[in-house]
Design a protein around this ligand. Structure first.
Ligand code: FER
Length: 183
């Protein structure tokens, strides 16, 4: 499935939960799915138009204040079908995740380049912050304790936390082996 199509499924996934305006969709995306999936939010309106033409979404016009009209979109039965087909489609080899840290590290080819450790040290700080943020999110959304029913959102967040822990462990090991080399 072409990656430019994913925004359609993100929109359908969000509308499955509740009717939203284009602006609401953008905000919802930025505050949630956007945390782990990059998409061009400038494409939201053209994609809504495409989904409307395909009868996957429909809208009601809401009057806000004196004359401002807003289109509030909802998913149709056809849209639900389209979404379910995507959810159930066979998994493929997904595109390689982009990781700029690895890219920079790769090009520091000289083992006594001090910028390797600068990069490592910076990366430790960045991922400590990220881990803290994710743990806060987990507490905020799921109340901290391990829920009995683990929904998809919980699992995505849980994976991200374990990934950050792994990355920090690895970075700390590199740092401490370097510290030993220097002493
Ligand atoms: C969330 C907050 C952050 C979330 C995911 C993330 C799915 C981040 C994921 C990642 O960095 O992979 O609420 O929910």
């Amino acid at each position: 499935m072409a990656s430019e199509d994913k925004l359609s499924y993100i929109i359908l996934g969000l509308l499955k939960h509740e009717p939203l305006t284009g602006y609401d969709l953008k905000k919802n995306f930025e505050n949630e799915v956007g945390e782990f999936w990059q998409a061009n939010t400038g494409q939201i309106y053209p994609t809504l138009r495409k989904l409307f033409d395909a009868e996957a979404v429909d809208f009601d016009v809401e009057i806000v204040g004196a004359k401002l009209k807003k289109k509030k979109y909802h998913i149709t039965d056809g849209g639900r079908e389209m979404f379910d087909q995507w959810i159930q489609a066979p998994a493929e080899l997904y595109a390689v995740q982009k990781d700029e840290f690895m890219l920079r590290l790769y090009f520091l080819k000289n083992d006594d380049d001090v910028r390797i450790m600068d990069l490592i040290n910076e990366e430790i700080e960045v991922h400590k912050k990220k881990l803290n943020y994710l743990l806060q999110r987990q507490t905020l959304i799921f109340g901290g304790a391990d829920p009995e029913e683990k929904n998809g959102h919980f699992l995505v967040l849980d994976f991200a936390i374990q990934r950050e822990n792994f990355r920090l462990d690895w970075l700390q090991k590199v740092k401490s082996s370097q510290d030993k080399r220097e002493s």
